[in-house]
Design a protein around this ligand. Sequence first.
Ligand code: FES
Length: 92
Amino acid sequence: MYICICNAVTERQVRACVDAGATSLGDLQFELGVASCCGRCGPTACEYLPGGRASSVCDVRSIAVPVSQPTAVIDAEQPAANTASLARAAVG
Ligand code: FES
């Protein structure tokens, strides 16, 4: 599909440019010439930039999840061992 009719720039070319590091409309204009004639393709081209609706770039800011240590290990096979394990956990 063509994104920019004036300069015959395709969606594939825009995606490749973004995958190569383009992060702004200025980058796409410089590399591909989109939005450099009539400008009607500018908003559509911006949708392919990171954070846009058509972006293939994952914009994960943080995936850190706090992990706590287990306070006690429950042993289903030896219930008597659980008392000692829970007592150790309660003491710290
Ligand atoms: S459609 Fe892209 S500059 Fe005209």
